[in-house]
Design a protein around this ligand. Structure first.
Ligand code: URP
Ligand code: ZN
Ligand code: ZN
Length: 462
């Protein structure tokens, strides 16, 4: 009888389709067998625990350079440590496209930065210009080098593309067979509303919400899907914040538009009321699209259950509250339009989503795995190496204690970021051990995987 390097014994294995109790045999970096009474040189008793595929977070801003030269404060070492502490073993993060530098140069440079990662990583390439070099020469090269997708923005001063530019990107992506993910908000409408707010002296953080109402997200989403329809190019709508937008996506899907969608735990667990917290505190909750109402939160679940929304990502954004390039970079009196957008969420993604989704019976455990690991792996060309528990797949495994209750506090995630929007929230369900490619990477809140343990993942054909 084979003796495996490691056997994970008697856990409840959960995949996107099944739940069953069995042993997992691991040799080197791979799962080799699933069965009963397997023998290992090392045996881990997982009785009473869930054994999940390592989480895959398909939307994380890590050590990303912005157009003004600032770099997100969460670097690869710190961000991927917090990922492991929360049960995530693969991230898909963003190479920027800043003025004066070509796409391929930036893709390659970002890949080199990722050499410090503790976990495996793939890369989305942001597109903010549509000059001939970018469209004709460089998009095919980054696709060939294994980018998981392209990301375009319909808003933000330094990033947004016009409809004509967006169409150019879609056509180039179609030729190179690469997914395009889109941040959908109407730039001009938001600009107009921001100026109106400032003229009326409405500078407080909550102005971020009222200057970006659901209709500006819904309109841009509809426009993005129209352009997808025109070019026959598949798109993904990133960070859907409310049911009005999800409804529009569902309608497009049912008439055959090639559109898929993700949302994030914060749209299911936090609300716009959080931006009204005392003084500058509200800026911790500024992200785009903004947090919505309790009713919107409730309305999102039907679109998660029906599959209109098929991925849960963190949209982790590594800005501190107190650091020099974080939320307070323009001072504590800055108006809402000057606050960097985004919230940290890599470490909290799985526990917060698990607690909201499973403990209240909103979805099944198999759905949880599908939304947080299997579909991201499939969408980004990483499946079946990642995203499932099967012979031949990487032994990226999370031993998850469904009974463990934890009160979230930022220090649990040991990152450069000095706050979590979930401070003080109690959740039930927590990762207790994480294996990455067959090696113990996190053990009961202790980081074991050193910086540099991760590998770049080239997206394969999807
Ligand atoms: O507010 C957000 N979401 N910041 C990160 C950048 C983006 O739009 O995804
Ligand atoms: Zn975005
Ligand atoms: Zn983002």
């Amino acid at each position: 009888m084979t003796t495996f390097d490691i056997v994970i014994r008697n856990g409840m294995i959960v995949t996107a389709t099944d739940k069953y109790i069995a042993d997992i045999g691991i040799n080197g970096s791979k799962i080799v067998d699933i069965g009963f009474d397997l023998k290992g040189h090392e045996t881990i008793d997982a009785t009473g625990l869930l054994v999940l595929p390592g989480g895959i977070d398909g939307h994380c801003h890590i050590e990303q350079e912005e157009a003004d030269g600032t770099i997100h404060e969460d670097d690869f070492v710190s961000a991927t440590g917090s990922a492991l502490l929360g049960g995530t073993t693969t991230v898909v993060c963003f190479a920027s496209h800043v003025p004066g530098r070509g796409l391929v140069e930036q893709f390659d440079a970002y890949r080199r930065k990722g050499a410090n990662s503790r976990i495996d990583f793939a890369i989305h390439q942001i597109i903010t210009r549509t000059d001939e070099q970018t469209i004709r020469d460089e998009i095919p090269v980054v696709a060939e080098r294994g980018a998981a997708g392209l990301k375009v923005f319909m808003t933000y001063d330094d990033f947004h593309l016009s409809d004509g530019q967006f169409l150019q990107v879609l056509e180039a992506a179609h030729k190179s067979d690469i997914l395009v993910s889109v941040h959908c908000e109407n730039y001009d409408a938001i600009r107009h509303l921001i100026l109106k707010h400032l003229a009326e002296g409405r500078t407080e953080p909550h102005g971020h919400v009222t200057s970006r109402p659901p209709c500006v997200e819904r309109e841009a989403t509809y426009r993005a899907m129209t352009m997808s329809e025109l070019t026959h190019q598949k798109i993904q709508i990133f960070h859907v914040s409310c049911p009005e937008v999800a409804e529009e996506i569902g309608r497009a899907q049912s008439r055959g538009v090639k559109v898929v969608a993700e949302t994030c735990p914060h749209y299911l667990t936090l609300t716009e009321e959080d931006l009204k917290r005392d003084g500058f505190e509200g800026t911790k909750y500024i992200c785009s699209p903004p947090l919505r109402t309790k009713a919107a939160q409730e309305g999102m679940w039907q679109y998660i259950r029906s599959g209109v929304i098929s991925i849960i990502s963190s949209d982790h954004c590594g800005y501190t509250f107190d650091g020099s390039v974080g939320k307070g970079r323009h001072g504590r009196d800055a108006d809402f339009s000057l606050i960097p957008n985004g919230m940290p969420g890599l470490g909290t993604r799985l526990p917060v989503f698990y607690d909201a989704a499973i403990n209240s019976g909103k979805i099944d455990l198999t759905d949880f795995v599908r939304l947080t690991a299997t579909t991201p792996a499939q969408r980004y060309g990483l499946y079946p190496q990642k995203g499932t528990i099967a012979p031949g797949s990487d032994a990226d495994l999370v031993l998850w204690d469904p009974k463990k209750s934890v009160t979230i506090t930022n220090s649990l995630f040991q990152s450069n970021i000095d706050y979590t929007p979930y401070e003080g929230r109690s959740v039930q369900g927590w990762p207790v051990k994480v294996y990455q490619r067959g090696k113990l990477a996190m053990d009961d809140g202790k980081l074991v995987a050193p910086p540099g343990s991760g590998q770049f993942l080239k997206a394969r054909e999807k």
